[in-house]
Design a protein around this ligand. Structure first.
Ligand code: N01
Length: 530
């Protein structure tokens, strides 16, 4: 008999809820977490300025109406420390700690066909057996530091934003370089600029960003909102993004240009990426419509940045707006008006070397005391590939995914019985409200496991044909949009040598949920039960 019914890898939003859901269903469960605290992405990414770009009312668990009534968020977009406090509160409130093992990295998981169970090895030298293996490792956990020649010689400290020192870093009076201008770079740069002697921002690709218009949550508004929280959650489940946003419902190209500009400005003033990007139905599928929005955003940069040369470098032109994750910031572009900030264009003059005293590019040298990498992640598949997961016949998951990550419904990889991936490749995951998608996956997996057991089955495995058909559908939907045109981490383009596969599912949260429910209702169609 296996030691556990369910072994969970990771204790971020997904792992925490997996523990709660499986335990409530009467199963024995244990989550193994490499960090010294729970929270996953919200534990590791404790860099200054880290903040969620989904509103707190959406980016929170819905499984407990009491929890959602009792917890009060302080801000529209919660900062990292508040999200972490929330997750610790959830673990306290539901008594989850006994089933979460911190400071324990899962190193390997091997399917034992004879016993129909997984053997899970951890870096404390122990092995546990479990009937089911749930990956809750997250989509943005395996951070990447580019290999820059000479980095090991750099005399000052260097940091990756996703492994930020928990006691913080004091950059007062220092010359600091930040490499990377994605969501993270855009958040951390203004924080460093406020204290550093000089900040150099090394930009390879200019990015689009909308304002947050963040602010404190008004208790009066909160009371009113919470009175109807349940029906709001229902709308979220049926929505496209996992957040009920209201677009105009019209294509931008069918509307008079002045009216489009007015609408975009209204949404710009209100702040937030989802309502802005969702304003018109054709922005993410039609190049001309996309360009209207892109140019509107470039105009805002031109308006904000005083030096026209610097503004010119900041204008995003390399990809359609929205095809990379839309950044959100209230102060990034204005930061370039400070005399202690320099934008360095490493597209035209790439980084050539790091020396003990700084960083050289093709045409200059920058003296630096500290270096910050905001260079992102081996996303979606990276963290799982770092674990030696072996399925039927000892096949390594990394080998199965050699041509790109894949899983039936984005949750179950064929050849890996009794293994499920929360927000895996081929599910809406990062293109949705993650918390809501996590809840949907965990509940679906829990129901599948319970149903299989009650029907007398000990194994559940996706059929290769079902996986192939699902991934073909994921690709087809992606290629009907502008998303694949960007060299984004959605397609793995940020990792040298990674196969270019569009991993998230763009069919929408509501339709995806309906599809998963239909598969369950049809007796787990596409799965072999044994
Ligand atoms: O990572 P990224 P991120 N030399 O991959 C550059 C979520 N998130 O950590 O674009 C020089 O987006 C790279 O340049 P380029 C969110 O989903 C959310 O910022 O590849 N530069 C890019 O500028 C987000 O999408 C929130 O040309 C190099 C940057 O580094 C995801 O996390 C906040 C380089 C990486 O950008 C990842 O965001 C933060 C190299 N060798 C993160 N390699 C919120 O909720 C990479 N770069 C608000």
């Amino acid at each position: 008999m296996a030691d556990l019914d369910v072994a969970v890898v990771g204790a971020g939003f997904a792992g925490i809820y997996a523990v709660q859901a499986f335990r409530s269903a009467g199963l024995t469960v244990r989550a193994f977490e490499a960090g010294s605290g729970i929270g996953g992405t919200w534990f590791w990414n404790c860099y200054p300025g880290a903040r969620c770009d989904v509103e707190s009312k959406d980016y929170s668990y819905s499984f407990s109406p009491e929890l959602e009534q009792d917890w009060s968020w302080s801000e529209r977009y919660p900062a990292q420390p508040e999200v972490l406090r929330y997750l610790n509160h959830v673990a306290d409130r539901f008594g989850l700690w006994p089933d979460i093992q911190l400071n324990t990295r899962v190193t390997a998981a091997t399917w034992d066909a004879e016993r129909s169970q997984w053997t899970v090895a951890t870096d404390d030298g122990r092995r546990r057996t479990a009937r089911f293996l749930i990956s809750a490792v997250g989509c943005l956990s395996a951070y990447q530091v580019p290999s820059l020649p000479g980095l090991e010689t750099f005399a000052g400290p260097w940091y990756h934003t996703s492994r930020w020192p928990r006691d913080g870093v004091d950059f007062t009076g220092q010359r600091v370089g930040v490499i990377g201008t994605g969501s993270t770079g855009i958040q951390i740069a203004p924080e460093i600029a406020a204290v550093a002697e000089h900040l150099y921002v090394f930009q390879r690709t200019a990015n689009f960003a909308v304002p947050n218009r963040n602010g404190a949550i008004d208790p009066e508004w909160e009371r009113g909102f919470k009175a109807d929280y349940r029906s709001y959650r229902k709308q979220a489940q049926e929505s496209f993004l996992g957040v009920p946003i209201t677009g105009t419902g019209r294509p931008a190209l069918a509307e008079p240009p002045a009216s489009v500009q007015r609408t975009l400005m209204e949404r710009w003033q209100a702040g937030g990426g989802m309502p802005f990007l969702g304003a018109y139905t054709d922005v993410l599928v039609d190049r001309a419509a996309n360009e209207i929005m892109a140019e509107f955003m470039r105009d805002r940069i031109r308006e904000t940045v005083a030096d026209p040369f610097v503004a010119g470098l900041l204008l995003p032109r390399a990809y359609p707006v929205g095809a990379k994750r839309l950044c959100q910031s209230d102060d990034y572009f204005a930061m370039f008006n400070r005399s202690n900030v320099t934008l360095v264009d490493i597209r035209s003059a790439p980084i050539s070397s790091v020396t003990p005293s700084g960083l050289g590019t093709a045409d200059s040298f920058y003296e630096l005391d500290a270096l910050v990498f905001a260079t992102g992640f081996d996303a979606i598949s990276g963290a799982l590939r770092q674990i030696d997961v072996r399925g039927v016949g000892g096949l390594p998951l990394a080998e199965k995914w050699a041509a790109g990550p894949r899983a039936y419904l984005g949750v179950a990889p064929a050849g890996f019985p009794n293994m499920f991936i929360v927000t895996g490749p081929g599910s809406p995951s990062v293109l949705s409200n993650m918390v809501l998608s996590i809840e949907q996956h965990v509940e679906w997996i829990r129901d599948c496991v319970l149903q299989a057991a009650s029907d007398g089955y000990s194994t559940v495995e996706a059929k290769p044909s079902a996986e192939d058909a699902w991934m073909a559908h994921v690709t087809e939907v992606a290629y009907s949009t502008l998303f694949p045109l960007a060299d984004s981490w959605y397609v793995g383009a940020n990792i040298p040598g990674k196969p270019r596969v569009f991993a998230p599912y763009l069919g929408g949260v509501g339709p995806y949920r309906a599809r998963c429910d239909a598969v369950a209702a049809a007796g787990y169609e596409g799965f072999a039960l044994g």
